[in-house]
Design a protein around this ligand. Structure first.
Ligand SMILES: [Zn+2]
Length: 236
């Protein structure tokens, strides 16, 4: 199974062949543009079309190396040639939030040395968790300004799928070495020049200029060394 979104996050439509169907509901394809729920980024929704008949895709999940799509009704069978389409507005919003979370995480790390411990992207807000003992709300607000400056620089973002050894020569990537089992031979590195280089399997925009300005609207303590900030896009 080929995950097409790993190389091109802007694919909105693709042909595919059904490889398996379980319980009339869970469909595996030979190739997919659907991002599965993982890494803090919600799954795509959309539809499959077979000979003009539409099947809503309500969920996509990753099970081992396989991406399974949950459809709303029976009717698909092994070998079917279908057209797949994702709900682009939803996906594009997640791409913008996801990329903004890279920039915010990199900014917090650069300014404080804190390690990012998690993130969760949503439709109306996104949160980033990091481990930091001292917590200065004024400083947190200053990161908002720094992130918006990076957005305004309209920096190109690149995806490089590189051999493991090469990826681990990048200082910001080697820190995550333990998270990659030895059988992973290639690592997908997302680069924002001068800002961030991260191993990441999510979907990102091609240029920081596509992201709206952010607003950090909440910052809270979640235990001794756990800090959480929430941001959303400004209406402009
Ligand atoms: Zn990412």
């Amino acid at each position: 199974m080929e995950a097409l979104y790993l190389k091109d996050c802007y694919l909105k439509e693709s042909e595919a062949t059904v490889e398996s169907v379980k319980d009339d509901t869970f469909v595996v394809l030979d190739r997919t543009i659907f991002y599965p729920n993982s890494g803090g980024q919600p799954h795509d929704t959309g539809k499959f079309v077979k000979d003009g008949e539409e099947f809503s895709v309500v969920y996509a999940g990753k099970f081992g190396d396989t991406i399974s799509h949950e459809v709303s009704k029976p009717g698909l069978t092994l070998g079917d040639k279908i057209i797949t389409l994702i709900d682009w507005d939803r996906r594009y919003l997640f791409m913008k939030y996801h990329t903004a979370s890279h920039i915010l995480a990199a900014t917090i790390h650069t300014e404080t040395g804190a390690q990012i411990s998690g993130n969760q992207i949503g439709e109306d807000k996104t949160r980033v968790d990091f481990s930091l003992e001292d917590f200065d709300r004024e400083l947190i607000q200053s990161y908002e300004t720094k992130v918006n400056e990076i957005i305004d620089q309209k920096l190109p973002i690149s995806i490089n799928i590189m051999p493991r050894d090469e990826a681990f020569q990048i200082p910001s990537v080697v820190k995550l070495k333990d998270a990659f089992p030895p059988d992973i031979h290639e690592i997908r590195v997302i680069s924002i020049p001068g800002v961030d280089q991260q191993a990441c399997g999510g979907t990102h925009v091609a240029n920081t200029g596509e992201i709206p300005h952010i607003e950090i609207f909440k910052a809270e303590n979640k235990g001794k060394n756990n800090r959480r900030v929430y941001f959303r896009f400004r209406d402009e």
